[in-house]
Design a protein around this ligand. Structure first.
Ligand SMILES: Nc1ncnc2c1ncn2[C@@H]1O[C@H](COP(=O)(O)OP(=O)(O)OP(=O)(O)O)[C@@H](O)[C@H]1O
Ligand SMILES: [Mg+2]
Length: 264
């Protein structure tokens, strides 16, 4: 049922493609976790990935910055291109790749350091000059609407912030290294509904400059907050389309069953 590589290649899409996935398979040892995934992720838009637990959403997301490379027995076959450049090859510099494609996790995971040190951590690793750090902190905290709250508390330990502030700080920390793609794996699952909707507003602002891919179990969130949506099931990408199509006239009955809450 998944889209074939040939069908995708012959499609004329209006949106510019940021990440192109072709014939992607992934395995944990002998377990076949991703099955022939073909997908074009549009640039400067929000793409959501939905599907029942264990269907491979996180596995797919982690392929985009090769976060699973260290897992014993994990291997991938196929092709992933970022702006046309291969990211699966042996020669790919992973630090550079992860600078371009950053990740936000389910639980906010700030370092047990000050707000300031959290934000400048990445830029320092990448050799940013000290004289630019203060500006970068302000810019990155402004981008997530944290600046006004935290500008007088930059020395405070990040672990003392609220869960929402911690998640925003983790996003600021990513933005500070000037990435192109933000991967978000259930970024709101530790947040209350108000904080969740504020993060969704933030995502709408960020998509002007970044390509965002979000994994979510929350169908309302996928339908409200994303422009494109992919439905996965048992390691396959069953259907991928613009979000209104997935939620109002999906082609596949399995997609319909899932997004309407009849199974999953
Ligand atoms: N490190 C691992 N070693 C072995 N199998 C794994 C590993 N990580 C994930 N899997 C298996 O791969 C499959 C896909 O897992 P994945 O975490 O990608 O699913 P998911 O869609 O993100 O699920 P959830 O919604 O619960 O987060 C599952 O069957 C899972 O058990
Ligand atoms: Mg997951």
């Amino acid at each position: 049922m998944s889209t074939s590589a040939d069908a995708l290649d012959s499609q004329k899409t209006a949106a510019e493609v940021k990440i192109r996935v072709r014939n992607l398979d992934a395995y944990y040892g002998s377990f076949h976790a991703l099955k022939n995934i073909n997908l074009d992720i549009p640039s400067r838009a929000i793409t959501s990935i939905v599907g029942p637990s264990g269907c491979g959403k996180s596995t797919l997301l982690r392929c985009f910055n090769r976060m699973s490379d260290g897992i014993r027995g994990f291997r991938v076959k196929g092709e992933i291109r970022l702006d046309g450049g291969d990211i699966l090859g042996r020669g790919v510099e992973l630090t550079q790749l992860r600078k371009r494609v950053g990740m936000v996790f389910q639980r906010p995971n700030p370092f047990p350091l000050s707000v300031f040190e959290n934000v400048v951590y990445g830029p320092r690793v990448h050799g940013e000059e000290n004289s630019r750090l203060a500006d970068l902190v302000e810019k990155s905290l402004r981008a997530t609407d944290l600046w006004d709250d935290l500008k007088d508390r930059l020395g405070q330990n990040a672990l003392s912030l609220s869960a929402e502030q911690q998640q925003r700080l983790c996003i600021s920390r990513l933005l500070a290294v000037e990435p192109e793609v933000l991967l978000m794996d259930e970024p709101c699952s530790a947040l209350d509904p108000f904080a969740t909707s504020r993060i969704e507003v933030l995502m709408q602002e960020l998509k002007q400059d970044y390509t965002i891919i979000i994994v979510t179990h929350n169908m309302q969130q996928a339908s409200r907050a994303s422009d494109y949506c992919g439905f996965m099931w048992l390691g396959e990408l069953v259907e991928f389309a613009d979000t209104p199509t997935i939620f109002t006239k999906p082609r596949n009955p399995r997609t319909e069953g899932y997004v309407t809450g009849r199974f999953g």
